[in-house]
Design a binder for this molecule. Structure first.
Ligand code: PGA
Length: 254
């Protein structure tokens, strides 16, 4: 059975002090059996090493929010997968819509980063999703289908099953507007079908597809109950243990 993965994307929030408070508070509240649920926190780069130390002995894994495609070199301002591994990361978010929107990430750069993350031994959480305008035009499947096909370009079937996909409709990110469970399920099922077309059904059935976009304790159970929703990429609600941990509990329950 596919695991469920609940990941917290801290975005550009929490300095060192606030990071240590949040990690400590999440760790102390995750005192229950996680069963088949994996939990990941993705703080800013500056907090990774600290988070790694504070997470020692807990079942919670560490992820980063971005990376570059080279191991080292004259790339001012960039962070390599090798550095992330050394800081204790096992996951990395790739191609978040904010990176596509504000930092020029494209389907091509997202594919290069996913390939590099896999080669380095990191689990990529690759983000896809349509804008409100695209949804209203009725081209959601076209847009998401293109993004999914692009992110798997030149990736072997064995590697493909290690990719986590996060479906995040852009109109639902940070807006309080969640896709309904049925709307999300429809796109998740579509994404799985695309993966089956690219590879095979056994591989498509293995792939974890998270939903992201205003996930909170109040809507987590209904979303996570959907057959093709295998977890959540959580923004706003992961910044407080009081709202993040109930989402983890919801995943354990469903
Ligand atoms: P949100 O963000 O939960 O605040 O909508 C999700 C994300 O951007 O990953």
């Amino acid at each position: 059975m596919r695991p469920k993965i609940i990941a917290g994307n801290w975005k550009m929030y929490k300095d060192l002090h606030a990071s240590s408070e949040l990690i400590a508070s999440v760790v102390s509240r995750v005192d229950f059996d996680l069963d088949n649920v994996r939990v990941v926190v993705c703080p800013p780069f500056t907090s990774l090493e600290l988070a790694h130390r504070l997470l020692e002995g807990s079942p919670i894994a560490l992820g980063a929010q971005n990376m570059y495609t080279e191991d080292e070199g004259a790339f001012t301002g960039e962070i390599s997968p090798k550095m992330l591994l050394a800081a204790g990361c096992t996951y990395v978010i790739i191609g978040h819509s904010e990176r596509r929107q504000y930092f020029g990430e494209t389907n091509v750069s997202v594919n290069a980063k996913v390939r590099k993350a896999l080669a380095a031994g990191l689990t990529p959480i690759a983000c896809v999703g349509e804008s409100l305008e695209e949804r209203e035009k009725g081209i959601t499947e076209q847009v998401v289908g293109t993004q999914v096909k692009a992110l798997f370009k030149e990736i072997s079937e064995a590697d493909a099953s290690r990719v986590v996909i996060a479906y995040e409709p852009i109109w639902a990110i940070g807006t309080g507007k969640t896709a309904t469970p049925a709307q999300a399920q429809e796109v998740h099922q579509f994404i799985r079908k695309i993966v089956a077309q690219l590879y095979s059904w056994p591989t498509a059935d293995k792939i974890v597809i998270q939903y992201g976009g205003s996930v909170k304790p109040e809507n987590a159970v209904d979303l996570l109950k959907q057959p093709d929703i295998d977890g959540a990429l959580v923004g706003g609600a992961c910044l407080k243990a009081e709202t993040f941990v109930p989402i983890i509990r919801a995943a354990v329950k469903t």
